[in-house]
Design a protein. Structure first.
Length: 167
């Protein structure tokens, strides 16, 4: 047993100076990330109908569409709608018009189901819609109205409205 202790003692004696000379050092470092505000928007077609009989359809004729707005959590946003490609001016909300060739059909877009507040860009008596992002998609309803079908020429009428989400 004495012979085993000598090599073990010798090994410990040789390692102790090396262990005594070992040291350590410490420091810290930062971990960072910058999360930016972001929003996305998509919408569905506002369709007043595909076979409207102007002689048999009562006016005004109402329809709805939806927008899906997704903004990062706690991000305030505002949704504006353009006057449309056929209105004759960026703030000409009173003249929103669909076209079929050179024929026109007036319409309007509203913020509310009572169709009292015109949805636009906040100018020319129009309003925008504000909200706060949750990180999930939020559904917004667009309320549309054809105020009259008097003297409308048969055809397929369209317009393009631009949605802008400011955040």
């Amino acid at each position: 047993m004495n012979t085993i202790r000598k090599p073990l003692s010798l090994l410990i004696a040789l390692l102790l100076p090396a262990l005594a000379q070992a040291g350590s050092a410490g420091n810290t470092f930062q971990v960072t990330a910058t999360v930016t505000s972001a929003c996305t928007v998509s919408g569905t077609t506002l369709n007043f109908g595909s076979s409207i009989d102007p002689l048999a359809t009562a006016t005004p004729l109402d329809a709805t569409s939806t927008l899906s707005v997704q903004c990062t959590n706690t991000t305030p946003y505002t949704v504006a709608l353009s006057a449309g490609a056929n209105a004759g001016g960026a703030s000409n909300f009173a003249s929103r018009t669909m076209k079929s060739g050179s024929n026109t059909l007036g319409y309007q877009l509203y913020l509310d189901s009572g169709r009292a507040s015109v949805w636009g860009d906040g100018t020319s008596s129009s309003s925008t819609l504000g909200g706060t992002g949750t990180g999930s998609a939020q559904t917004l309803t667009i309320y549309g109205r054809l105020p009259s079908l008097a003297n409308v020429v048969p055809g397929s009428y369209t317009d393009t409205v631009t949605v802008t989400v400011s955040y």
